[in-house]
Ligand binder design. Structure first.
Ligand code: ATP
Ligand code: MG
Length: 173
């Protein structure tokens, strides 16, 4: 039924819950799973610590996170937040960590074909493009993500993707 499934992740617990659903369906339907992360340029220390939860962070990366302590989260529009706050080194470390963790879970659960992608740009646009480019049958994402402190019920990325994507889209609260 679902030949391929796209699971975009920002490393949040919301995205992890959505990833569990995506993995479960991929096992059931023997689907190809595409794990997509759009690099985080603009994040607070709190968001980055959340994304790296449960892991031991090397000291030079921890120093970079500490530098973000005074950064407050700007209001996002479709996941785009203006000025860059993360160094390239931190952004890359976080991105690699997020997709590797998802890939490991998926392989351990028995998904036969897993591909990972890290791209750059507006998360909502990149997710829609990937869904079309990869011709996926289903998109599974969190209703909210790392920026879950703004008080809205739905994040700006999931809202935008839901209203623009042409395939089935499951958002997991
Ligand atoms: P906002 O970003 O508007 O403050 P939020 O962070 O709570 O709100 P969203 O960003 O809409 O919520 O996140 C919803 C889902 O979208 C996430 O669970 C994840 O599946 C996906 N997502 C968000 N950002 C990215 C990203 N940078 N790369 C890949 N997927 C993402
Ligand atoms: Mg977000």
């Amino acid at each position: 039924m679902f030949g391929s499934i796209l699971a975009p992740t920002d490393g949040s617990e919301h995205a992890a819950r959505a990833m569990e659903v995506a993995i479960d369906l991929a096992v059931k339907y023997d689907s190809r799973l595409v794990v997509l992360h759009v690099a985080i340029h603009h994040g607070t220390a709190q968001e980055i610590m959340h994304a790296l939860r449960g892991s031991t962070v090397p000291p030079e990366i921890q120093r970079e996170i500490d530098r973000l302590q005074n950064v407050s989260a700007p209001i996002p529009v479709g996941g785009a937040r203006g000025k860059r706050t993360l160094s390239q080194k931190l952004e890359q470390y976080v991105g690699d960590f997020i997709v590797k963790r998802a890939e490991e879970y998926a392989r351990a659960a028995g998904v036969r074909e897993v591909t990972t992608q890290i791209t750059d740009g507006s998360p909502n646009k990149r997710i829609i493009e990937a869904a079309e480019h990869e011709k996926v049958d289903l998109l599974v994402m969190g209703t909210r993500g790392l920026g879950g402190i703004h008080g809205y019920l739905q994040g700006s990325v999931s809202q935008s993707v839901r209203s623009h994507c042409r395939c089935a889209c499951l958002t997991i609260p």
